[in-house]
Unconditional design. Structure first.
Length: 267
């Protein structure tokens, strides 16, 4: 694992120092250069919490990944530069799903002049680090909010129209056994949305683009636009052109993607 290779992968130029300005640049660079995606889950390939495996996949092989890989790699890079990082257990949509959501997300806290919530693994989450205190935060056209709950958890409120509207997190070092168990469930259970749906997301300079099944969704200050991908070849081309994922074998996923779309929306 080589931090210089990671920095080149995310377009970072210069010698990084462990300060807030660098953290902003690193988070933006990661989100804009490495896509959130779950294609290995669709292929039935095993995903672990190992940062070296994430490095090989996301940096060496030019792929994207999901939260355990994205934030696991980001944690390693930050610590290599000299940041103090605490991985924490997250729970996407715990408000709706209850305790079953605990561990379905890995999130980071970075200690500088004050602690900052840092996350490159939500897909369409915050573009920049957020001071870890209650309040509303504006990032470009997106309005975000942090709320302290009464049960010891915190809640991140995402922008309107986000695919992941909220996640909760606990301000203590993560229990890796809990994360590993949930990581396994998310990639194997027929009830997991990551098993059911092929998903790719990427931050753009002024928006977010998402490919959920065959629907390509673009979100920016003007609203939301959708268009359909219409063939296996177009799916592979979209992954390459829009998400920088060059994966010809993704064409093999097309029949499953079409079946899922028809099950949800009809023909």
């Amino acid at each position: 694992m080589n931090c210089s290779s990671y920095l080149r992968r995310i377009g970072f130029v210069g010698c990084p120092q462990p300060n807030l300005a660098t953290l902003h640049r690193l988070q933006r660079g990661h989100l804009q250069h490495i896509a959130f995606e779950n294609l290995d889950v669709q292929f039935g390939r095993r995903i672990t919490l190992d940062a070296e495996e994430a490095f090989a996949k996301l940096v060496t092989n030019g792929r994207g990944g999901w939260c355990y890989e994205m934030n696991g790699l980001f944690r390693w890079a930050l610590e290599s530069i000299g940041f103090r990082v605490t991985p924490m257990i997250g729970a996407v949509m715990r408000a709706e799903r209850g305790p079953s959501a605990i561990g379905n997300h890995l999130v980071l806290s970075v200690e500088l002049d004050e602690p900052y919530l840092t996350d490159v693994g939500l897909g369409d989450g915050p573009l920049e680090p957020i001071p870890l205190k209650e309040g509303s935060y504006q990032q470009q056209w997106r309005s975000l909010r942090l709320e302290r709950l009464n049960d010891g958890w915190w809640r991140f409120h995402n922008y309107q129209n986000a695919l992941a509207p909220t996640f909760d997190f606990h301000r203590q070092p993560a229990d890796w056994d809990v994360l590993a168990e949930k990581c396994n469930w998310l990639q194997t259970s027929p009830e997991s949305r990551f098993v059911q749906n092929a998903v790719c997301l990427r931050h753009l300079p002024n928006g977010i683009v998402a490919l959920v099944g065959r629907v390509l969704k673009t979100v920016n200050q003007d609203g939301v636009t959708d268009q359909f991908v219409n063939s296996a070849d177009e799916y592979v081309e979209t992954l390459a052109a829009t998400f920088d994922i060059r994966l010809p074998q993704a064409a093999d996923l097309w029949p499953k993607i079409i079946r899922r779309h028809e099950a949800l929306f009809g023909s």
